[in-house]
Design a protein. Sequence first.
Length: 396
Amino acid sequence: MVELTAMPSPETAHYFDHAATAPLAPEVQEAMRPYLGERFGNASTIYPLGVEAAYAVERARLQVLRALHADEAQTRVVFTGSATEAINLAHKGMVWASGRRPAHVISCVTEHSASLQSLRWLETRGEAAVTWLPVGVTGRADPAGVERALRPGTALISLMLANSETGVLHPIAEAARTARAHGVLIHCDAAQAAGKVPVDFAALGVDLLSINAHKFHGPKGVGALLIRGGVEIEPLIHGGGQEGGLRAGTENVAGIVGLGAAIELAVRLREAEATRLLGLRRRVIEGVQSRVRGVHVHGDQTHCLPSTLNLGIEDVEGPRVVALMGERGFSIAAGSACTARGTARSHVLTAMGLPEAQVAGAIRISLGRGNTASSADDLVEALAEVIDSLRRGESA
């Protein structure tokens, strides 16, 4: 058996990787607590303990619908084990329901690995033919590219709202209007956007939308897929018929309650928190650029999350910067935490056509509720020292 060495826990104030996961909000933990103890019922049973659990699940479903401005009578919420599962359900469920082999799907080269890999899986089996939309140096998809990619038999368009590495926001509403005009269904991966920018299911005009609780201070292991009324989709998992027959298995009541509480809290705090985090984001950018030469801010800076920034630092390796910052108690990333522990070259930055030196030296800083002006200044100071030592050939 491999022995694991305990690592010191960094201060929450020095945690700058909220795009990977956000700490569980105390309010969410308190909402979940009864369902981890005395309210342990199975939501599929009909005695009081089970009915109470079922009520909690339905209350969370309503919280999601209201937080994301979805029509409560016409929209289904399917709780899943993650946004990855929700994305797989959207892709595979829609392709299988289309009855086309192969079904034509449109997506983007900078999507999250959950989208890339699920669609490639369908491609390798001859079940889908995917048109991959390119991006330019801004990292933003061109809505006109969606229309150019459409074919008479296109079954699905799938695009993320906010990029997980750069924070760039894509023009989903425009893509959805194009989709609707041609009778094509569209899925939106909103895992990074929900709770950080306005996410309005009705206004976006999408047919399916996936979210992930732990990205907005909820628990890990629970996500959701919103499905517009009238959209037919096949399940991934078969069994007891839970979640309207679309996700079999006993419901994770505590996790679902946590997701509902977290999205409600995130939406309530969103406007004030977005303003605060945008100020911290500017503070970090200005601080690093004033202290360190050869620093580039990646991606469209007009259409972006208030909390995420991706910096390309010349003459250093991003993973080495991340490791040395970790030794100082700071948590940042060199890429998406969902792929190869964030050490592989970024497919997102490569697709943007950035110089190799910037891609190699890329780091992601993603802000959250625990960060302050003081901790942002600490981050800048530590980054400047680490980068300087690396450039001088020292180990920091």
